[in-house]
Design a protein around this ligand. Structure first.
Ligand code: FES
Length: 146
């Protein structure tokens, strides 16, 4: 399996690893098939993501995509962060092997789960803003893992 240099770099030196105490939003997502888990912490000030950290117990691609996702959302408004899809994460990493596409979905969902938590904590229904979180992976898992 061929990984891009960027994937290898983010796997070997993941950015923003750790936790944020008193985070404004925390999201945890898991891939039920491979058992990998990703946890994302966000600090949000006036609608801007000022800090982000993550912990991923998963494959190399899951670590690389969560690292890249944190880099992409850092400093962004919530609105802009919500536009970051797993495809954007993959493009920023110069691509992923097809069997690893679902790992990037986990990264997208982790950001969304953390933002949902942020709204829920404020008594706001996150669904109209963040959308429905997927338990599954855009059907990718359907042929890869099921
Ligand atoms: Fe489970 Fe990559 S996230 S194999």
């Amino acid at each position: 399996m061929e990984y891009s240099e960027k994937v290898m770099d983010h796997f070997a030196n993941p950015r923003n690893v750790g936790e944020i105490e008193n985070a404004d939003g925390v999201g945890e997502v898991g891939n039920p098939k491979c058992g990998d888990i990703m946890k994302m912490y966000l600090k949000i000030d006036k609608g801007v993501i000022t800090d982000v950290k993550f912990k991923t117990f998963g494959c190399g691609a899951a670590i690389a995509t969560s690292s890249m996702a944190t880099e992409l959302v850092k400093g962004k408004t919530i609105e802009d962060a919500l536009k970051i899809t797993n495809k954007a994460v993959m493009e920023a990493l110069d691509g992923l092997p097809p069997v690893k596409v679902h790992c990037s979905v986990l990264a997208e969902q982790a950001v969304k789960a953390a933002l949902s938590d942020y709204y829920t904590k404020r008594g706001i229904d996150p669904t109209p803003i963040v959308g429905k979180l997927e338990d599954d992976c855009h059907g990718e898992c359907a042929h890869n893992l099921h």
